[in-house]
Structures are given as structure tokens and as C-alpha cells.
Design a protein around this ligand. Sequence first.
Ligand code: VG1
Ligand code: CO
Length: 544
Amino acid sequence: MAFNKVTTTPFDDQKPGTSGLRKKVTVFQQPHYLENFVQSTFNAAGNCQGKTLVVGGDGRYYNATAIQTILKMAAANGFSHVWVGQNGILSTPAASCVIRRYQAFGGIILSASHNPAGVDGDFGIKFNISNGGPAPESITNAIFTNSQQIEQYQISDASDIDLGQLGTQQLDGMSVQVIDSVADYAELMQSLFDFTAIRDLLTQGTFRMRFDAMHAVTGPYATEILENQLGAPKGTVINGVPLPDFGQGHPDPNLTYAEELVAEMFSANAPDFGAASDGDGDRNMILGDNIFVTPSDSLAILAANATLVPAYKNGLSGIARSMPTSQAADRVAEKLGIEAHETPTGWKFFGNLLDADRATLCGEESFGTGSNHIREKDGLWAVLFWLNVLAVEKRSVEDIVHQHWQEFGRNYYTRHDYEAVPSEQAQSLMQHLQNQLADLPGKQFNGNTVSYADNFSYTDPVDQSVSENQGIRIGFESGDRIIYRLSGTGTEGATLRVYIESYEADQNKQHQDTQLALAALIELAGSLAMITDLIGRTAPTVIT
Ligand code: VG1
Ligand code: CO
């Protein structure tokens, strides 16, 4: 066995997006493509000699093949130890947990999250640093720079590791420890929540729940924690077996894609609580009997009820949300007298705030919530948090949501996505908006005056790093907002996301249909951006 130096040439498209590098499987299958990116990552990460790495993924097609390559490259780059999930499986939150628990130098997570999988689907790879969180922009930028200059990569010619067998194996002088994918994560969850109270809720009364794993990575985690450890009846977890193509589905937990769960939760005999998770297990959707909890509201409600959960019984240091996420959480922070932070989209921007204990809970409108227990968003954690709150409060999801609105007001909120838009058209739409920014403040629309219009720029309060062009914001004196940004996770053309929010303090007006309540703002968002003219669409692809 030997370490080989393989000569290569750069690919020009290896710039990590919101959450790592995402491309079609066929792009990753090109000779040297994966290897170039992995070598660029190791180069950007610094000295790897004698260090420990964590590797795992969401089990999608190409996961195991890529892991064998990464292990051989890790050995040739000097790593002394690798922790890898059995059969290559680690959900994104579990990988973050394992990195932190074993004080690894970092981790490589193979996932394209909710993007469809399979031979013709998507694949993805991202690097997490020693705090367990996604590499910050300074490192992702360095990965890209390295990828543009790369001339060779290093790889061992050893044979494949048996990823099915738990325990330690050797790979060209590097030890590879195949670990149970669920155990460390499940232990962490036990340490945060009141499992006794949740078990009583799930086993002693009439309470019923359903969890949809969407044939993605959370199946084994949810089955072990909800059914085996907490006693929920068998069958509580549906679509619980991870499949390499996610059963041909689109494992994005929202009202459009989690059809089976949504149909049941809005039926006459609906369970009391429903939840779903995404491809790599970091997102969550929360439902009650005939009610959907908007992710932005979920963050605010968890924050307002955090002291009911053992891990947060002493209160929160702060709450952070991504810029397009509704301002509901800010109202909770204000009432609690704690810091509220607004960051660009993507979990990497929360890491510094969590490390510095400036935030305890974080969330995004895109079905992501998490806390300082790891450095990724965490789908099952949010589900257990809700269960813990329900177990203590002994009230319905609907009651809890409605009472929250009564106390804090309701932030009506929706996101309209226009997928697979030709990139040039999407760019020209954003440019058209950019051109209007200087003139918009002071203008009135439907009696609503624009108070600011800008392209969001964020200065990290911990390390002072600046991230520009993070999305166009139009804010009104009423607190209403319209936000536009282009997705950084898609693999086909561009996806335009339009986020619309309006605050309603009047209890008598808090129970309207969201799309109706926001109709005037939605129309304004369309006309300001000239959506129909510039991208030729009359309706969004997905509404959440
Ligand atoms: C989307 C979401 C963002 C999330 C990111 C990764 O990014 O909007 O909030 O952090 O996906 O989530 P974008 O750039 O497409 O809007 V995951 O669960 O797909 O890793
Ligand atoms: Co995800």
C-alpha cells in the first residue's frame, strides 16, 4: 500500500454555496471532481497531520462510494484517526454531535439535504470545523481558492473499509472507527430533555403522534428515540427506512412535499402532533391537529417556553434568526430582555454567536431550528423540544400557538419560491430591484410607507467579518417586510425566494388564511420585482 500523488487540473465550479458544494451526482462522478474538492478542503483546513476527522452522510446514492475515496485521501493527508458512521450514515446533527463529543479537528458531511437523490439526483459535500459547525466563509472561500489552483491530490491505494462492521480497522496507518450512527446523538438528546415526561405523554393518555422520516436519514434516529426509548407505538414513524433515492421523493418537510403526513394531520381523525424531517435530518416541520406551525413561529414559541425544558431551565442568553426569518422571535427576545441577532441565511453564521454564548437558540424560516447543544440545525431536537413543552403544558399545539399570538401578536409569514429560473433572468430581476433601492424609502404603497430598502450586509459581532449582498430587504414603517434572494443550494438554474411578512397585533384579525392576509403585500412584491415580466412566471413553484 502506498500514498500516491495524482496530477489534476482545476474545475471552475467548486465554490461552496449556502451549505457546502451541491451538484448533480453525474458532476461528482467526473474523474478527479470529488478528489479535487476534498484535497482543496484539506488544504484550506490547515495541517491535518495526526488529526481526527469525522465522516458521514445522509445515505443518498454515491454516499458510500464517496466515503471510501475520502477515507483514502484522509490517510494520505496525514489524518491519524477517522470516526465514520456505520454504513456511512450520520445525520447532519449527529455528525456535529460526534465532532464535538470526540473533539475532532473537523468533519466531512455528505449531503445535498432535501434535494432529490438517486443516479440523476443531487449530491453534496461540506466541511465542518472543530466546534461541529459549518466552516465559516473564511474557510469556504479558501476552499474555492485552493480548488482553482489545485495541481495534485494525495490518495492511498489501500482497499476499501468495511463500513458495515462496527469497530476499528486500519487503512494505511490511519485507524478508522466505524461507530453506531445513532447512539451518541440519542445520548445527547436524553441529556437535554425530560424523557420521563415525554414517555408519559406518549404512553399514558390519548395523545397520538406521527413522524414522517421521508425515507431519509432520520428514520433510524426517530425509530430508536421515539419508538424504542420513549415508547411511542410501532408505526409512529412512517417512511422510516432510508433509501438511496429517498423513495423517489423530495425530502423537504413542508406542506407541499410531506403530502402523506399533511393529509393525515388535516384529516378528521388527526393525531395530536405531527412532524417531519429532511434528507439529512437538520430540518423539521411541526404540525398539530389541523394546524401547521410556521417555522418562524416555532422558533419564537420554543424560545418563549424554553424554561420548561431541563437544558434551558435557567433561561436563554440570546436568540438568533436568519434575516428572512420572521421577526416573531425578536418580540420574545425583547420581552425576555435578551439579545436578538439577525444573520445572513445559512447555519454557518450562527457558529460564532453560539460559541460566544451570545445566542442559545437559533432558527431559520426554512424549517431549521437548533441550539447550543451542537452547531447545526437539528430536526429531531425540535420535535423533542415540542414534545417536552406539550408534556409539561398538557395543552394542544393549537392552544399553544394561539396563546402565543395573543401575547406577542402574530407575524403573518410566507415564502414564495420560483424554481429553475434561467440564471440570467434571475440576475436581471435582482438587478432591477437593486436599481430601485435608493428611491424606495419614503414611498407609499397601499398606505404603507417604505422605511428602508437595502441589500443586507452583516458584520459578525464576534470576529467583525463582513458578509455583503445577502438579500434585498424592503421594510415598511408598519414593520411589514418584503425580502428577495437567490438560493445558494440549488443545482439547476436559479431559485428566486420571496419572503413576505406582516405583523398583526389585533387578536380579532389573527386567524385569517396566511395567503389572504398577505395578499396585498404579495402583489406588491410581484410588481416591484416585475416577476411576470422578468422571469415569465405567474405563480410560484412552492409556497411555504
Ligand atoms: C436553504 C435555506 C437556508 C438553509 C439552507 C441549507 O438555503 O433557505 O435557510 O440554511 O438551505 O439547509 P438557500 O440558499 O437555498 O435559500 V439544508 O437543510 O438544505 O442543509
Ligand atoms: Co438539511
